[in-house]
Design a protein. Structure first.
Ligand SMILES: *Cc1c(COP(=O)(O)O)cnc(C)c1O
Length: 508
């Protein structure tokens, strides 16, 4: 979701006033209530204005707050959707968007759509009716495991197993739940803890909240990689899992997974590699001769991995894979009950009924691309990424965070990087604004491997830097927002705003 837009709205608060007011409030609870009410009122009015940009189709296309009495013709429904789609697709198709659509070639999309259509009625919950989906999912898991070090010498790889899930977040949530439940069952741990680098995905915080696992975040080192010594110090008798990313979403750096997983192994703790972003690229980059740090099951301490088929697996959105070193750990993920009057009930993931067609389309993506297809895609992506990295390195005012492969975060000592991003937005780019530290990233996909896209990015970026240098005092855009979000004293005001944003999304 678009946090940028939300943070943009925060500039309407006068930060000095809020900061001063909050200092007073700390000692006088009465004011706390007052300010909170003020902020709520303010955010309501901001959201009112924000609604326009979040709801661009109001008054343009028919809206239905309740069922239409008489059904709209199929032709009309499809026509509406086609018109809306054509407004939205140019941006990602032409390579202006960081991440989001990872393949995007028309032929590939058509093929996935056909695979979906053939299987659209399937539901793997009824495995007797659709054994096809169990076949597709078993093979998706096996192909992913084989790619990520299963069966490699000396690791007992044959026990490596997993499930297909609905996305990276579900893969992560399920693995964290499995570690929590295993630690409770086998080690009697009632108040579990997990340790993750500061850059590990927000899905781990989500798992922490949902499953009552205390989250211990450890800042990354100067190279944006996990800090082994600091993470070692954080281990307690309650630690159930240590996490590392391959690579991290913000800065694209592969964590020190070799050392961390060894630490976990020696202590008898689980280790999860979050390869949601890298699982379907890193193995191929390694084969192409790139310097890829170890991250998969070839490391004996790695006990689970998440890898997103719906990112660089080039499947349609809605699938991911979670893998475990052994079936016993996977059993802690499975749900089963033998007492329900509805019968013996069991399901591998959070959902009951599931869209088998998405798994079928994912299988279709994987087997149609094959090793050659993934190698070829990885090579193209890296070539585009290298052009972009070289281009950024030549811009004196900018620096790249760490030494990434294809997710490239850059900041500036001299310029306000969010003003640079604002200029890029005006040029049509959709980049990711990051903070702590202030930077922006582009996650390179096959869309950026199209002829001329990397060159256009660098040309626009150079123009952006030149513009910001010339106009340091420019107003508006995202820049004041990020400065403010970084120093905004009341974090609950920020999260309240996010609630309001989500509420707005669900308005007709
Ligand atoms: C995308 C991503 C996730 C979460 O995946 P979703 O599919 O969006 O739920 C987790 N970790 C990393 C590193 C990611 O890039």
């Amino acid at each position: 979701m678009d946090i940028n837009t939300v943070e943009q709205q925060l500039q309407r608060f006068n930060p000095r006033m809020v900061a001063a007011a909050l200092r007073v409030i700390k000692s006088i609870p009465y004011f706390k209530k007052k300010i909170k009410a003020m902020i709520l009122k303010e955010s309501a009015s901001i959201m009112g204005e924000l609604e326009g940009s979040l709801k661009p189709y109001r008054g343009v296309f028919p809206a239905y707050a309740a069922l239409p009495e008489k059904g709209v013709s199929r032709a009309e429904v499809l026509s509406i959707m086609r018109r809306i789609k054509s407004r939205e697709e140019a941006k990602w198709k032409n390579g202006f968007v960081s991440g989001a659509v990872y393949h995007g070639d028309a032929g590939h999309i058509d093929f996935l759509n056909q695979a979906y259509a053939i299987n659209s009625q399937s539901n793997p919950l009824h495995s007797d009716v659709w054994p096809s989906i169990a076949k597709y999912e078993a093979e998706i898991v096996s192909m992913t495991a084989a790619m990520l070090g299963a069966g490699s010498a000396g690791t007992g790889g044959d026990g490596i197993c997993g499930t297909v899930t609905s996305g990276g977040t579900e893969s992560i949530l399920l693995a964290m739940k499995a570690y929590r439940d295993r630690a409770r069952e086998e080690r009697g741990i009632r108040r579990p803890e997990m340790i993750a680098p500061s850059t590990a995905h927000a899905a781990f915080d989500k798992a922490s909240q949902y499953f009552n696992i205390r989250m211990i975040r450890i800042p990354v080192d100067g190279n944006s990689r996990s800090d082994v010594a600091a993470m070692r110090k954080a281990v307690t008798r309650r630690t159930v899992v240590i996490v590392g990313s391959a690579p991290s979403f913000p800065h694209g750096m592969v964590d020190t997974i070799g050392e961390l997983s060894e630490l976990a192994r020696r202590k008898g703790i689980g280790f999860h590699t979050d390869a949601c972003l890298g699982g379907f690229i890193l193995p191929w980059l390694e084969r192409l001769g790139y310097d890829v740090p170890a991250f998969d099951f070839r490391l004996p301490g790695v006990t689970s991995i998440s890898a997103d088929t719906h990112k660089y697996g080039y499947a349609a959105k809605g699938t991911s894979v979670v893998l475990y070193r052994d079936p016993e750990l996977r059993h802690y993920q499975f749900y089963k009950t033998s007492e329900w009057p509805g019968g013996l009930y069991f399901s591998p993931t959070f959902a009951g009924s599931r869209p088998g067609a998405l798994s079928a389309a994912c299988w279709a993506s994987m087997v149609s691309l094959g090793e050659r297809g993934y190698l070829d895609a990885a090579e193209k992506i890296m070539r585009a990424a290298e052009k972009i990295k070289k281009g950024i390195e030549k811009i004196q005012e900018l620096h790249i965070l760490g030494d990434p492969l294809w997710v490239i975060a850059f900041g500036s000592e001299k310029l306000d990087i969010y003003r640079v991003m604002d200029f890029m937005t005006r040029k049509g780019w959709s980049l990711n604004g990051l903070h702590r530290p202030s930077c922006v990233h582009i996650c390179v996909t096959l869309r950026h491997a199209l002829p001329g896209v990397a060159e256009r990015f660098i040309k626009d970026l150079k123009a952006a830097v030149a513009h910001v240098k010339k106009n340091p005092g420019e107003k508006g855009g995202m820049a004041p927002v990020y400065g403010m979000a970084a120093t905004f004293p009341d974090r609950t005001a920020v999260t309240d705003m996010l609630d309001a944003y989500l509420d707005t999304l669900y308005k007709v």
